[in-house]
Structures are given as C-alpha cells and as structure tokens.
Ligand binder design. Structure first.
Ligand code: NAD
Length: 371
C-alpha cells in the first residue's frame, strides 16, 4: 500500500506520525512509504533518516495523495482537499468535532480517530491518549520546576535548610500519575485529588497523599465510578465539598498541576480566582486542561501569565514540547493500530466486528459513522 506521512501544519505541532523506526517496519511489511520533506525535522528525524529507513521523500501533494495517510492532528480544511475520495486517514481526528468529521465524510475519506479507542487491555499498545498524556504529565512538572524560583527537594546546606516544594495534582489519570511520579523524583511533597475512588491507591503507591472527599449519596458514588475508565460530571454537592478541601491545599501549595478532564465536555473548573489569590507569590500553576478551557479560572490557553503573583502556564500542547519521544510513542501506537486494518498481504480490511476498529472509525462512504 502507498502510505503518506505529511508534515504537520498546525501551529506549534512538532510531532510526526511515522518515525524512521516505524517507516522501516512498514517498508519491511512491503508498503511504500512517502514522507513529506521536513515532516520529522522538528522531532529530530531529518529526511536522510527516513531515506535510510527505506522511505521516499515527497512534497505535500505527494504525501496527501497516498492511499493511506498517517497524521498526528486532524487535517486542516485545505489539507482535506489534497486527499482523494477513498483515502484512509489515521490520526487524532477529534471525534467530538462534528464539523471536522463532516468535512472528512464529505470528501469521501475513511477516517480512524485513535483517541476513540476503547480503554481495554488489547487497545493499550495503540492508546494515543495515554502515550501522550504520560508525556504531558512529565513535561508539566519540568516546566513548573523551571518557572518556580525555589528548589523542589528539601536541601540541608551549610547556608541553611531549604524546604521541599508542596505540589498539588488535581485529576489523576495518566497525566496526573506521571506528574506525581516526576514531582516525587524531584523531591516534592505531593497531594492529589480525583473523583474516581480507584485512584486513591495509585496515588498512595507513588508516595503522595490522596485528598479524601467522601461520597455521601448513591448518586455521588455512582457518578464517581465513571464510565469506561473515564470520569463523569460529579454532582454539585460533591464538587462543593471537593472545592473546600482543594482550596485549603492550594493555599499552601507552591505548585499546582491540573489535569482534570471529562471526555467531550469543557474542563471542570477546580481552581478559582480566589484560590489563586490565596497562593504565595512565586507559586506556579500548570494547567494541562488549557485546551479544553482550563481547570483554573485564570488560565489563558496558549499563554503563560502572571496573576496575583502566581505564574499560570496554559500551554495547550505539552507533548509537542517533547517532540522526539512523543513522536516515537505515537508512531508505535499508529503502527499497532494498522495491524488491525491491514492484512498480511498489505491490503485494507475494515473489520467492524473488531470493537477497536469499530470505535475508531469516524467516517466512511460519505457518512459520519462515529459511535
Ligand atoms: P482523562 O484525561 O480523561 O481525565 C484526567 C483525570 O481527571 C481523570 O482521572 C478523571 O477522573 C479526573 N477528573 C475529572 N473530573 C475531575 C474533578 N472534578 N476533580 C478531580 N479530578 C477529575 O483521564 P485519562 O488519563 O485518559 O484516564 C482515565 C482512566 O482510564 C485512568 O484511570 C487510566 O488509568 C484509565 N486507563 C485505562 C486504560 C486501559 O485499561 N486500557 C488505558 C488508559 C487509561
């Protein structure tokens, strides 16, 4: 099959969907791999590395003109026009973006959105949300440590003792767990909150303290269990009690990392302006939910601002700041997904009895087929 890898054109997107490592594997499977010139440069993969892996270098039209197009981000409207009807497109296609999906369907593209894969064991190796959230959680702490004007670890020096930084993590999914692990490695003292009760044990196993907000009604208990591993919106009664507990911790924190998300909805607001005002000057908030509106009321998506003496980082694409490893992991996710839709002979086979294929398929035959 003719496989195209365009250069990502979205502002700040440095990742690439196929690395020289996975290009070599696709080539070994008998495919022809065409990479747009410069597609991997920002991820430390120059054209020569792809050529050495057996890929061909092409231009933009050449990459989008292939039978199978592999991307990181959903294509821009002008890029959709570069693909011929019947093209199979695999990437993070924003399954909640109805307009974008409609555009793909109208162009006759068969689209697979990898973010829509179910959270089941068999899908773990192709779970792009996890591979990228893990990176975001790590990078959030590194950015916080860089912006924070004090040490993270406790230090006893001849010039006196320095206290360990207090870090609060709000939302403990994949990104939050990695944020805790990274902050712990740097020597911080960490507390964390999540709506899902199963998280408590994970938080404690990483050496952090769980901010307990007991459930008082069956409705709260049921909502907290979530659905398919994801959180559901919690009843206001629980959120109000969580706010009181979180506010106490935030006021004492040096660093707050927020990662709370509910799929397909705006991010829950967990840090109010009043809470920011209660923080010490020089404290840092890194809001991983910035792209979904932010967990902090004062977050400005895409910008870093200082409000009430607190630095608030609203970076919307943290994985892109770790471009090489983010691309390596993403490319392996893509390669694993392709095993589900390509036969050993290298032809396309869309088996809708496979629950992963069925969940990821968002457009086909001119229709939006998203489940
Ligand atoms: P996510 O990015 O959708 O959300 C991040 C976290 O925010 C979640 O833990 C969620 O519970 C939390 N949250 C939502 N509202 C909140 C609020 N008001 N206050 C505090 N926290 C709030 O989640 P994710 O990282 O994609 O992972 C969700 C879960 O799925 C995790 O438990 C993860 O381990 C699990 N998972 C399972 C598999 C698998 O079994 N194959 C794969 C990946 C992830």
């Amino acid at each position: 099959m003719l496989i195209g890898i365009p250069r990502e054109s979205l502002d700040g997107e440095t990742r690439v969907a196929v690395t020289p490592e996975t290009a070599k594997k696709l080539k070994a499977q008998g495919h022809t791999v065409r990479v747009e010139s410069g597609a991997g440069v920002a991820a430390s993969a120059p054209d020569e590395a792809y050529v050495a892996a057996g890929a061909e270098i092409t231009d933009r039209a050449g990459a989008f003109g292939c039978d199978l197009v592999l991307k990181v981000r959903a294509p821009q409207p002008d890029e959709v026009g570069l693909m011929k009807p019947g093209t199979v497109l695999v990437g993070m296609l924003n399954p909640f973006d109805a307009e974008g999906l409609q555009r793909l369907a109208a162009a006759g593209i068969t689209g697979f959105a990898l973010e829509a894969a179910p959270r089941i064991t068999r899908a773990q190796s192709m779970d792009v949300l996890s591979s990228q959230a893990n990176i975001a959680g790590y990078k959030a702490v590194i950015i916080a440590a860089d912006r924070y004007q004090r040490f993270f670890p406790m230090l006893m020096t001849a010039a006196g003792t320095v206290k360990a930084a207090r870090v609060v993590v709000l939302g403990v999914g994949v990104a939050g767990l990695q944020a805790i692990a990274t902050a712990k490695r740097l020597g911080a003292v960490i507390e964390a909150s999540d709506v899902r009760p199963s998280v408590k044990e994970q938080v404690e196993s990483l050496g952090a303290k769980f901010i307990d907000v007991p459930y008082e009604t069956d409705e709260e208990r049921e909502a907290a269990e979530g659905v398919g591993g994801y959180a559901r919106p919690m009843p206001q009664s629980w959120l109000d009690r969580q706010k009181v507990e979180v506010a106490k911790r935030v006021a004492q924190a040096d660093v707050v990392i927020t990662t709370a998300l509910i799929p397909g909805r705006p991010a829950p607001r967990l840090v109010s302006e009043e809470m920011v005002r209660s923080m010490k000057p020089g404290s840092v908030i890194v809001d991983l939910a910035a792209a979904q509106g932010g967990n902090c009321e004062l977050t400005e998506p895409g910008a870093t601002v200082v409000k009430h003496g607190v630095t608030i980082v609203g970076e919307t694409n943290l994985p892109a700041l770790v471009a090489a490893d983010a691309s390596s992991l993403y490319a392996r996710n893509v390669l694993d997904f392709l095993k589900l839709i390509l036969t050993k002979e290298g032809t396309l086979k869309i088996d809708l009895d496979d629950e992963i294929v069925a969940a990821c398929r968002v457009t086909q035959d001119g229709q939006v087929t998203r489940k």
